[in-house]
Design a protein. Structure first.
Lengths: 538, 408
């Protein structure tokens, strides 16, 4: 009897205690509104508490609100309501309903700092571990592993139990193992180490190294040691692959900058110091095309602007090139010193002209969506889209140019004039016209290079200066007049540079490459591939 | 044919000398020299400051001039060429006899003109944050000293709100400002118990554009398990490809925050900032700060350059404060004589655009507030931390040896 009584008293006390803990009582999710409102608190600690509350509530309504705060789209109206921008409309943070008649001037931003953002990423991770989209679940698993929250292990185990996608499952297993490294039970730690031993994730390597610091158990230490050295080896191998890719990428940029010069300097023998400015004009053409798309075309068409920019840049730079050849350079054939000085002067004029029209500050050229981000390879190595696309693009340009020279009538005339001008003229080729078109072609290709370079660097009036020395280096190294030499020269310089950089630093790496080229030119003054042509005879 | 050649030659000569137009003018004006690069790598940053000085000159002339005389700006273009800075400074002081010079951005250019100003007893107002370790009686430094920018920024990143960073990447452009600043920061980090293996110091040349390897190196360094932050003293053009590469390699501010000392609103205008939200900058001024003074300044700026889209930035505020202080000092001294103005300068006050009052101290450095801002998607900064009061500029860092020379 007394036993029953004790139990009932205990039960009663339990009820009182629960009611006490939950003073709001009846409402099913009483804190949601409060937590959302607390996001606008002045104190970052309060904000983080609110984020954690929202994560613990597990209410999917919180995801768009938290995402908005993460992207700085959340703002507070004057009446204290929180609104988030969703495209052109504002939605109420409480229920996601669109709100009309909002004047952006009346809104004040809800601010976040990086600590709040870290908490939000963890919270969104927890809330979207069970998202139908596997991509989101993978991101969520990674975010949860970083968040170090107490429920993370439990949540991940539950998500893993019902996971059907093998790729997502393995991400979750790794994330879970990372968290279990801190488990109190040594067998759990050992299993976690074994799971991680096959990973190539540098974060996991960091976690294992941190485990080493505090670990007392010898068996666990040994296992961790083995796992660490295994992961290190694999990461080093991936590192070599990464350097190779970076080398090819740098090589492709050098090649793009140099192809045009391989024509104007290589084939025609003109020391064209204004070559960099042709690249710069191409980049500004890209900017102008972008602005036109922004102004007159719907936002959905924006990503196509880069495709349109390629022919526009080719035509503009090509036209300037032809004007340059007809106006100045044709009077200076066979006089390299005068050509050098006058083209250098022209390069300054073009720079100042662009500076006067567009202003000195850099212009923003946005990457289209298909050129941002990258493919996450293992070992923390990311193949970035813009680099990948530029490598392919540069090969396409080179291939097209080679085909033009080899198979078209114009290419034939061009080669004929380059090899023997009087004979070509005797055969009825209008050498003057061929000269102008050849120079235009070289300049136009430089313009195309400008389109690609605007995607990875600055668009400013002195853009060209950074590439002129490199371009000459590649052409001279590869062999004046040879397209394949230019290709090989650019790629080998790129790869050598990138393998030197991690050991010697960016400065010394570049110096070493220059020293190497000087020595090489001593041995083979005509570069990798020597061709016969006017440039050598002259 | 000969004609064409002659035209080409003349074109080259014109281009080389085009923007150096020193105007000879009437005797009864007060001449103000403007020594900012209008071409070359630094033109992106310095052109704005030239316009700011012209705006201030225009403003004071509309209000009736100074000491009853009109003020006249003499603009020269040192073309981002450090020795040319010294030459042009010489020209301004000896040929044009200017009363004061507003100019320089990089520390190399300031070091280059310093002997000229000291020899000719000129007066230079230098408006950019710098590495300290200098104090000349001929220079007034209106930008931040290390204790007004670098040290507070690192302290913020160490704090709980900044993420509690334990491992540091000091990434800079290879010249005097980043190298000296990083020497100071390394000593400061040592004093906070950070070991050498937790610091990675790295330099790249001016205008560096291929950041793939550098950024992967940062990522690798950051994967050692401790919270890592990057302190960037990268200057000029190289910032754009650096931030693009950060975004492409998916480095988020909540994982590895990057705090920059030379990236302001002007530099961000050339970058797509959607993927950079949360990365930081430390300055004494941000355009986004709402005060009546700042609103008026922005309005005046937009009216002067006839463009509503142009941003304002920290060195512009420093130029504004410097110019105002100089006019006040001239009014107080009743002459533009350098020695008299120098004495009158000490203790001058000007209201900051961000609230509070800037004071010129005896060490020729200002007392100013320090702020940390985070990059927002609209290429502006939102302030996440700021000092309660103004901080006095201290050029001589207590963290490194050397220090102030005994006799000036």
């Amino acid at each position: 009897m007394t036993f029953v009584k004790i139990i009932s008293v205990a039960f009663f006390l339990f009820l009182v205690a629960t009611a006490w803990n939950n003073p709001a009582g009846a409402g099913d999710r009483p804190d949601f509104a409060g937590a959302v409102a607390a996001l606008n608190s002045d104190d970052f600690d309060e904000k983080i508490k609110a984020v954690e509350t929202l994560a613990a509530l597990g209410d999917p309504r919180a995801v768009p609100v938290l995402q908005a705060l993460l992207d700085s789209r959340l703002s507070a109206a004057e009446d204290g309501r929180l609104l988030y921008a969703d495209g052109d409309v504002y939605r109420d943070a409480m229920d996601g309903q669109p709100v009309t008649g909002v004047d952006p001037a009346d809104l004040s931003d809800v601010s976040a700092n990086n600590r709040v953002r870290g908490a939000i990423e963890g919270a969104i991770g927890q809330l979207s571990l069970f998202d139908p989209n596997p991509e989101k679940r993978r991101g969520a698993a990674r975010a949860v592993a970083d968040s170090k929250s107490a429920e993370a292990v439990d949540l991940l185990q539950r998500a893993l139990a019902q996971e059907t996608d093998p790729a997502t499952g393995s991400v979750m297993t790794t994330a879970l193992a990372g968290l279990q490294l801190r488990d109190a039970d040594r067998t759990v730690r050992l299993t976690a180490i074994h799971t991680l031993a096959s990973s190539t994730d540098p974060t996991m390597l960091g976690l294992l190294e941190r485990l080493q610091d505090g670990e007392r158990d010898q068996a666990v230490r040994r296992a961790a040691d083995q796992a660490i050295s295994g992961i290190r080896q694999r990461i080093a191998l991936i590192g070599i692959g990464a350097h190779l890719f970076e080398g090819f990428s740098l090589g492709s940029v050098l090649l793009l900058a140099a192809i045009g010069l391989a024509i104007t300097f290589g084939v025609m023998g003109v020391v064209n110091m204004a070559h960099g400015e042709m690249i710069m004009l191409g980049a500004y053409a890209t900017y102008v095309v972008q602005q036109c798309f922004r102004m007159w075309l719907p936002a959905s068409a924006f990503d196509a602007y880069l495709v349109v920019a390629v022919p526009v840049a080719f035509l503009i730079s090509g036209a300037v090139g032809i004007a340059l050849e007809r106006g100045v350079i044709r009077f200076l054939y066979g006089r390299p010193l005068e050509t050098l000085l006058s083209t250098w002067g022209i390069s300054l004029v073009l720079q100042q002209l662009v500076r006067t029209i567009f202003g000195a500050p850099n212009k923003e050229v946005a990457n289209p969506a298909w050129m941002t981000g990258g493919i996450d390879m293992s070992g923390g190595f990311i193949l970035t889209w813009n680099r990948l696309i530029i490598i392919v693009f540069c090969l396409v340009v080179l291939g097209a140019l080679a085909a033009l020279l080899r198979y078209s009538r114009f290419g034939l005339q061009m080669r004929a004039v380059a090899q023997n001008r009087p004979m070509a003229a005797a055969m009825g080729i209008r050498t003057g016209r061929v000269d102008a078109l050849t120079f235009g072609l070289g300049s136009g290709i430089a313009g195309i290079a400008g389109v690609a370079l605007s995607q990875i660097g600055n668009v400013s009036p002195n853009l060209g200066q950074g590439y002129i020395v490199d371009s000459f280096m590649v052409v001279v190294f590869g062999g004046v007049g040879s397209l394949w030499g230019t290709l090989l020269g650019a790629v080998s310089l790129g790869v050598v540079n990138k393998f030197l950089e991690p050991y010697a630093g960016a400065m010394l790496g570049k110096i070493l490459v220059l020293v190497f080229i000087i020595l090489f030119i001593q041995k083979r003054p005509r570069g990798l591939f020597a061709l016969k042509g006017r440039s050598i005879e002259g | 044919m000969k004609l064409m050649r002659a035209i080409a030659g003349v074109g080259a000569i014109i281009a080389a000398t085009v923007s150096s137009h020193a105007v000879g003018a009437a005797e009864d004006t007060i001449k103000v020299g403007v020594l900012h690069s209008l071409s070359g790598t630094m033109a992106i940053s310095e052109t704005t400051l030239k316009d700011t000085v012209l705006m201030m000159v225009d403003d004071i002339n509309k209000k009736g001039g100074l000491l009853g005389r009109k003020v006249e700006a003499v603009v020269v273009d040192p073309a981002s060429n450090w020795p040319l800075f010294a030459e042009k400074a010489h020209e301004l002081l000896e040929k044009d006899k200017v009363a004061v010079v507003f100019g320089c951005w990089t520390s190399v250019s300031r070091k280059s003109v310093l002997p000229v100003f000291e020899q000719d007893n000129g007066l230079l107002f230098y408006p950019v944050q710098y590495e300290g370790e200098e104090e000349s009686k001929n220079v007034f430094y209106t930008g931040a000293a290390p204790n007004q920018q670098a040290i507070p920024a690192v302290e913020y990143l160490m704090s709980k709100d900044g993420g509690g960073a334990k491992r540091w990447v000091l990434e800079g452009t290879d010249y005097v400002y980043p190298r000296t600043t990083n020497t100071i920061l390394r000593a400061f980090l040592h004093s906070k118990g950070v070991a050498d293996e937790d610091i990675l110091e790295n330099y790249t040349p001016f205008g560096f554009s291929d950041w793939q390897t550098e950024v992967s190196k940062i990522k690798q360094f950051a994967s050692a398990g401790k919270k890592t932050a990057v302190v960037s003293t990268i200057n000029g053009d190289a910032n754009v490809p650096f931030y693009k590469e950060l975004a492409n390699q998916g480095i988020k501010a909540s994982d590895i925050p990057v705090v920059a000392f030379s990236v302001g609103e002007e530099e961000l205008a050339g970058i797509d900032t959607k993927n950079l939200v949360g990365h930081l900058a430390a300055w004494n001024y941000f355009e986004s700060i709402k005060t009546p003074e700042n609103a008026a300044f922005i309005k005046q700026w937009h009216a002067f350059v006839k463009n509503d889209k142009r941003t304002t930035n920290d060195p512009m505020e420093a130029t504004y404060i410097g110019f105002k202080m100089w006019t006040q000092a001239v009014t107080k001294a009743g002459t533009t004589n350098v020695d008299a103005v120098r004495t009158a300068m000490i203790g001058q006050t000007v209201k900051n655009l961000t609230g509070g009052t800037a004071v010129m101290n005896e060490n020729h450095h200002l007392s100013k507030p320090v702020m940390i801002g985070e990059i927002k998607p609209n290429a502006q900064f939102s302030v996440v931390w700021k000092t309660k009061d103004v901080v006095k500029g201290e050029p001589w860092s207590p963290f490194i040896a050397g220090g102030k020379p005994a006799a000036q």
